[in-house]
Design a protein around this ligand. Structure first.
Ligand code: M6R
Length: 612
């Protein structure tokens, strides 16, 4: 969480920083700030609220500078306020710093500093770290770089920090542990960002900074060091990302754009991998570890949020097609549980951002215990991708809307391909079913396009149900995780309380909620459990709940039971979640829009959860 941007070079820094912050707003948006050094001192401007609010507040101020840092915040320590917004300034006023992450031992450091006479303007851990650095510089009579290095050796937690010094109007000092940092290399200029989006129109050459590295960034020079002060050679990579991919392209919201993109993103994910004519799936990362996966005692899937829901679908698919025991774990629980990991276990991390702190630490722990790590990740070059032994990218393109949509369907496409490949190699899928499933997978993009084309009634449904206080989402089998995902989407976007449940389990408690005011959304496409799901629907109807269902096209018997329904094309149950989730994404989207909420930036959330 939190977006950070930095610039040093020959251009005006402020416009570059502001544009970059707008692109990073998905990471946090409760306050914004910039610090600029125009050679005669630091100008720090910060404000509670989104970037646009800062822009208004600085009209008429001195914004001239060729070096600067900017921050968009997702609050951890201290409420969102002008006072707690970054950048923070050191007690002397000479240093300004922005930070993404959490300094866990900040209370202890703060006590030490208070005993030395320091006082603090904000409630943040960032201001503590900054003054700790300043104190070291003063005490040790060293330069800023050295002070940062010494300070970071004392710090526990996660951070990316960018610092500028009033007395050095060319240099940004940056360091990273556990949160992402990209440095873009231009001609006589450098750009820094939480991801590459702030620098896309200026350079395609980037360096991903690793944990425990420190960068000294000047217009003409980039020096990378470890915390032991040894110089490292920056590994320069070419970005394969176009500006258009991070723009709205005429849509009102990123979320809608990303939902609508799904036929293409699923196609991109399958392209070059799936060949239903030859009967092959080409995934080199998986091929490399195919033996180990086939012979794994179990596969442990670790993920959070929507990615965890994709993991649940994968559990059903892997067990069915590969006959391998699968466990799906919340990364945040798994990392602290001292889990039993045996030789031969495969850990599969799923993450859109590739930066989710809990998932990253969970797999690092498992790696240290000798597990094989596979990553199913969207963001190329991200920390989880780099930590994994192998894996497969989802190729969904940048997902900017905070609510994950196209990443989920791309994750399902990749996970299904992995299961098919392993099941085929292992001989646990009959040949005919294998070939049939390859064809089913191939047809998913056009079926999703069909759903989008027939989605107009969802908007009207959103109007009808937008004032409901609660929603229940129910499904069985492969559609149970889809129900969870539908409920998550709704609560994120509309702030309506929504619960997802296995349809049969509903009788063991949630049915008490049902009355004539409660919309109950069933994911009721035709599959092995369909008759049973229909019985569950009858149970809700008998208690006067409002029945909404995602059903298979032409299933009039189920349609007749419902107050409202949305059709999706017939499909094998293994690929069905990629279809049935789409109407639920749209329902959440349109309810959020009908309630006039900021669907791309829902309150309290951030796209990339880089703190635990
Ligand atoms: O980037 P990741 O897939 O690791 O993120 C995991 C969750 O934080 C994410 O899916 C979150 O739940 C989304 N807001 C869901 O829409």
């Amino acid at each position: 969480m939190c977006g950070i941007v930095g610039y040093t070079g020959h251009r005006e820094a402020y416009p570059i920083i502001i544009k970059g912050l707008k692109r990073l707003e998905y990471r946090g948006y409760d306050s914004t700030g910039v610090a600029l050094n125009n050679g005669s001192g630091l100008n720090v401007y910060k404000k509670k609220g989104k970037v646009a609010e800062l822009e208004e507040a600085v009209i008429g101020k001195d914004l001239h500078a060729h070096i600067g840092i900017g921050h968009t915040r997702w609050a951890t320590h201290g409420e969102p306020s002008d006072r707690n917004a970054h950048p923070h300034q050191s007690a002397s006023g000479k240093l300004a710093m922005i930070h993404n992450g959490i300094i866990e031992n900040y209370t202890q450091l703060k006590k030490e500093l208070i005993s030395k006479g320091y006082y603090f303007e904000s409630d943040t851990d960032t201001e503590v770290l900054l003054n700790f650095i300043e104190e070291i510089r003063k005490n040790n009579q060293c330069d800023l770089e050295e002070a940062v290095r010494i300070a970071l050796k004392r710090v526990t937690g996660a951070y990316v920090i960018l610092l500028i010094d009033e007395d050095d109007p060319a240099t940004i000092i940056a360091a990273r542990k556990g949160s992402p940092l990209v440095i873009g290399i231009g001609k006589g200029e450098h750009f820094l960002g939480s991801d590459a989006s702030p620098m896309l129109e200026y350079t395609k050459e980037v360096v991903y900074v690793n944990d425990y590295e420190l960068a000294i960034v000047k217009p003409d020079e980039l020096i990378l060091k470890n915390l032991g002060n040894e110089k490292l050679t920056p590994y320069v990579q070419k970005l394969d990302l176009e500006l258009a991919a991070i723009e709205k392209g005429g849509y009102e919201h990123f979320m809608l754009k990303e939902i609508v993109e799904q036929p293409q993103t699923i196609y991109d994910c399958l392209r070059g991998r799936l060949d239903p004519i030859e009967g092959t799936i080409t995934m080199s990362g998986i091929q490399q570890y195919a033996e180990q996966i086939m012979n794994a005692n179990r596969i442990v899937i670790v993920a959070c949020g929507t990615s965890w829901h994709a993991g649940l679908v994968a559990e059903y698919i892997f067990e069915e097609l590969c006959r391998i025991n699968v466990e799906v774990e919340y990364a945040s629980e798994f990392r602290y549980r001292n889990p039993v990991i045996n030789k031969g276990d495969v850990i599969l991390a799923i993450s859109q951002s590739g930066e989710t702190a809990d998932t990253l630490v969970a797999i690092e722990n498992a790696k240290s215990k000798g597990a094989i790590l596979l990553g199913v990740v969207n963001v190329v070059g991200s920390s989880i991708a780099r930590t994994s032994h192998a894996g497969a990218y989802t190729h969904a393109g940048p997902e900017i809307g905070v609510a994950s949509t196209k990443a989920f369907t791309a994750q399902l496409a990749v996970l299904t391909m992995i299961a098919l490949k392993i099941g085929y190699l292992k001989g646990s899928i009959p040949q005919e079913r294998y070939m049939n499933l390859l064809n089913e997978l191939q047809q998913v993009p056009e079926k999703v396009a069909w759903i989008l084309k027939h989605s107009a009634p969802i908007k009207a449904m959103a109007e009808k149900y937008k004032d409901a206080r609660d929603f229940l989402y129910l499904g069985r089998g492969y559609n149970f995780p889809v129900a969870l995902e539908g409920a998550l989407k709704l609560k994120e976007i509309s702030y309506i309380h929504a619960e997802g449940y296995p349809a049969a389990e509903m009788k063991h408690g949630p049915i008490a909620l049902v009355d004539d005011q409660l919309p109950v959304v069933f994911v009721a496409t035709r599959d092995a459990y369909h008759e049973k799901v229909m019985s569950n629907m009858q149970e809700i109807k008998a208690r006067k709940g409002k029945l909404i269902a995602v059903i298979t096209e032409g299933d009039t018997a189920t349609a007749e039971l419902c107050d409202d329904y949305i059709e999706v094309p017939e499909a094998d149950e293994i690929v069905a979640p990629m279809l049935s989730v789409v109407p639920l994404q749209l329902l959440a989207y349109y309810i959020g829009v009908a309630k006039e909420l900021d669907v791309d930036k829902p309150r309290n959330l951030a796209k990339s959860v880089t703190v635990e």
